[in-house]
Design a protein around this ligand. Structure first.
Ligand SMILES: Nc1ncnc2c1ncn2[C@@H]1O[C@H](COP(=O)(O)OP(=O)(O)O)[C@@H](O)[C@H]1O
Length: 290
């Protein structure tokens, strides 16, 4: 078994660039001799300076339970800020669809609602960062990573994450939202057919969310993710509470966590999120410049 090694920050003081992060992530994995060829061996002695956050694009993380809308809000923010949205769930699904060597192993894990090993997920992320670097990408929002304390420690060792946004919703709504998720098999668009209408309870307010319906030409091409069944979603929620909730505490104790209780669907939540991120002005300026 490949073992993960903890990187020390001074050893990786190079991590202002995507390339630096990618190389250090790669080197965080002690590879077996026959490990995947795309993870290069890397000398940790690189000495590029760490960039001040104001001189580079943002490096943010989105946390939250399955179904909370991490992908939706992270991808909207990435469009607004002109940075890549890197979702490890998408990387896993791409690998699954590729019928490559990992595909069978991944499908068994994902379809049971379990987490892929830290080694595999870091290899996939490292490969994605390498491809982004070749295209000149800088900054990112990571969605679905880190999901374990080990992943968080490795990421913290190789780069400065500026902000971690923790999206929150009631668990009964999360289940409904996951079961309502649909993807257009042709254009890849994400939709949701669930119409949420829950009453307030125990002092918590009720909540309504309109479905996010596809345009008519996507309607007949909708598919459901194989891991969005009730049994698997419940297992994913259980695993989130066990393995990923400690990641919230990890960032909370470092003063990086921004808690965001979604007040409703996209029309209510998006403006509020921009406001708490002090980006409401930014969106107006962007639209005016367009
Ligand atoms: N950081 C990660 N660590 C381990 N497994 C991951 C990670 N990111 C994604 N996965 C795997 O991919 C699946 C789908 O991820 P994602 O699309 O983020 O789902 P979710 O809707 O549960 O947030 C997860 O259930 C898990 O098996």
């Amino acid at each position: 078994m490949a073992a993960l090694t903890r990187l020390s920050k001074p050893a990786c003081s190079a991590f202002s660039s995507i390339n630096g992060i990618r190389r250090c992530l790669a080197s965080a994995i002690a590879l077996e001799p026959n490990g995947p060829s795309y993870v290069p061996p890397f000398a940790l002695s690189s000495n590029l300076p760490r960039k001040d956050p104001k001189d580079r694009n943002v490096q943010w993380v989105f946390l939250g339970c399955p179904g909370v809308g991490k992908g939706t809000y992270a991808s909207r923010l990435c469009n607004l800020l002109g940075i890549p949205h890197i979702a490890t769930g998408d990387l896993v699904r791409e690998e699954l669809a590729s019928s490559g060597p990992l595909s069978q192993q991944l499908s068994e894990i994902v379809n049971k609602g379990k987490l892929v090993s830290d080694e595999i997920i870091i290899r996939l992320l490292s490969k994605r960062l390498e491809a982004g670097e070749a295209k000149g990408e800088s900054g990112f929002i990571l969605d679905g990573f880190p999901r374990t304390i080990k992943q968080a420690e490795i990421l913290e060792g190789v780069t400065d994450i500026d902000l971690v946004v923790n999206l929150k919703l009631r668990e009964d709504i999360l289940l409904e939202k996951c079961l309502g998720r649909r993807i257009c098999s042709q254009c890849g668009g994400n939709f949701n057919v669930a119409s949420i209408n829950v009453k307030g309870e125990n002092g918590k307010p009720g909540m309504s969310m309109a479905p996010l319906l596809p345009p008519p030409h996507c309607m007949s091409k909708l598919i459901t993710r194989s891991d969005d069944t009730e049994v698997v979603v419940k297992e994913r929620l259980r695993i989130y509470n066990e393995k990923s909730q400690p990641v919230e505490d990890f960032y909370r104790s470092r003063g990086k966590l921004l808690e965001f209780d979604l007040p409703g669907g996209i029309p209510e939540s998006w403006p509020k999120l921009l406001q708490v991120l002090s980006l409401d002005d930014y969106e107006e300026k962007q639209s005016a410049a367009a």
